[in-house]
Design a protein around this ligand. Sequence first.
Ligand SMILES: *[C@@H]1O[C@H](CO)[C@@H](O)[C@H](O)[C@H]1NC(C)=O
Length: 274
Amino acid sequence: MHSFSLLVLGAFGPFVTSAAECTREFLQTSADSLVEAQAAGDPSLLQPVSDALDYNENYSPATFESGILATPLEIDFSRHYLDTTQCATFTELVSATGSVPYVIGVQMYFADDTISKIDTLITTTGDWLFNATGTLYWASQEDWRTIPEDERDSREVIQAGADAYCDIFSDKSVEVPWGYPCARLEGGAYTGNGGPNDKCDVGIPSGVTLTDRRYVVDETIGAVSVFLSFNGIPDSHAFRVEKGKLRFVHTITVMSARSNSAGKMRRKTRGFMP
Ligand SMILES: *[C@@H]1O[C@H](CO)[C@@H](O)[C@H](O)[C@H]1NC(C)=O
């Protein structure tokens, strides 16, 4: 009887209540520790990690020891999206000034006050339109400031903007809430020049399906990160939505992970790069 009541307390008691609280401060601290870990090349700085962490790089199971976090990178730019509803984060990392350039996207999912799942997408020289200098240049010019509370879009509106954009690749009849201006940053290439006439409704390929979408939404900056499969290629599409309209689109497309052996080869040789 005694152990039974303990069990009940464990299941419904104050521990569960505290685990259910996911604050911006908590997510910010953890996402900041990811940047510190990556800068130091020391995965142990990333906190708080679950014992049962599900860790993936370019959608393949990976380990901290052989993964990107074990390589110190010059972090020139980073931005977090903090999703307190789902208890998840997205972090965009740009390393342009180190010996090997990288643009990295990381989705982290939390359970019981610890990081339970990490998906990291890693791009470098040779990936689609890759140019970390370009990414750094354009990403740091864009205005992603906090949106005043009374002007914020709902999660549903923000996600709908992303979904419409992702849907139009396979269905040209979809109505996308284009903003004007709007700019796309893809690999390192920019569809605009940072001016008032920038447009996103230029040159979207046909016959491509964007499937298996996983979203991290931050209403405070109108942002949504979507990790997806771009015709089978690991891909990140991230958006800023303002007043229901698309303002910025950032993509990370992992061409080099298309075959497992290529991914393994890169992991193996990373430590030997100049
Ligand atoms: C990369 O982007 C920078 C900044 O926009 C630009 O000056 C440079 O020419 C680009 N490099 C390539 C190879 O496109």
